[in-house]
Every structure is written in C-alpha cells, then in structure tokens.
Ligand binder design. Structure first.
Ligand code: ZN
Length: 174
C-alpha cells in the first residue's frame, strides 16, 4: 500500500466528471488503487476520499470514520468502498454541515446536505449493495459523490461568510 499525493483545489482534474468503472475493477492494478486510496484517506485523517482526488477520473470513493480527531463529535461508520455509487434522496430534510476536504486543506465551510439517503453502489468485488444512510455517513457519501461530478464543497455553500480556516473553526464554531 502506498499513500498517494492528494490533488488540491485549482487542479483541473478536480473539476472533471469521472467515468464509470467497468471490467478493470477486477484487475490487480485497480485493486491496488483502492488499497492506496484507503491508505491515503487514513493517513490524512479524511472521512472519505474520491478517486479524482488522487488523479484518477473513475467513479469510486472510499469512506470511513472510526476515531477521527478531525471529526470528534460525529457518529462513526465502517469502511465503504463504493464503485459507481448512486444516491437517492428519501427525505427532503436538509441539515447544516460544516465540511472540510483533503483537497482544500485547513478550510471549513458550512453548507446543507440531505439527512437521509438511499445509497447504492458496487463493492470492490463487484457485488452490488444498497443501504440507507443517515447523518454523518449520508453527508460524507454526498460529499464524495460530488467529487465524481467535479463538484467541491464551496460550490454548495449558500454564502462565503462561513468559509473558515481550521484554526478559526476550532476557536469560534466547534
Ligand atoms: Zn472532498
């Protein structure tokens, strides 16, 4: 496993639409990429990481929150490897979400996300799964899916007034 370089905002690849994963899922190369994404996410203390963030324009992301000091008050959820993920909104309730992004280091911003979603994807072995996600897991899935469509958290903010450096977030908003 290797920790990969994470692309930062301004890199044009972060604004591209990723293409579906096909037969390459089963190849050792692709499986290695998934392992590297997991290693990178954990190394950077990210709640999730999407393939475009490591320069691969394929529809895959990983997410996991066990014990994460970047998100101390959030409900943990297990590791997901999501291939060709899709989200269906099952409840129009939206909640405030203070988010960060490994591609926008040391910045937080407040936006709105759906509270409950139906999450459908294929796992790393090619088996499809469907699960209802709520709260933080639902928020992270929405954030990571956005990456597959070239969307960043700042695009979802209604106002830039809450664009905040991490240090100020800890001081004033935590
Ligand atoms: Zn992100």
């Amino acid at each position: 496993m290797a920790v990969l370089n994470v692309l930062k905002m301004g890199n044009p690849l972060l604004r591209k639409i990723s293409t579906p994963v096909g037969e390459e899922l089963k190849t050792p190369d692709f499986q290695q990429t998934i392992d590297n994404m997991i290693a990178t996410m954990r190394f950077q203390d990210g709640a999730g990481i999407a393939a475009p963030q490591v320069g691969i324009l394929k529809r895959v992301f990983t997410m996991e929150v066990i014990q994460n000091h970047r998100y101390p008050n959030k409900t943990p959820f297990p590791l997901y490897v999501a291939i060709n993920p899709e989200i269906e909104v099952i409840d129009n309730t939206r909640v405030d979400s203070w988010e960060g992004c490994l591609s926008i280091p040391n910045i937080r911003g407040k936006l709105k996300r759906y509270k409950r979603i139906l999450f459908t994807a294929t796992d790393r072995h090619g088996n499809s799964f469907q699960e209802e996600l709520s709260d933080f897991a639902a928020i992270v899935a929405q954030h990571e899916l956005d990456h597959l469509n070239g969307t960043l958290l700042i695009d979802r903010m209604d106002s830039m007034e809450t664009l905040t450096f991490q240090e100020e977030y800890d001081k004033y908003w935590l």
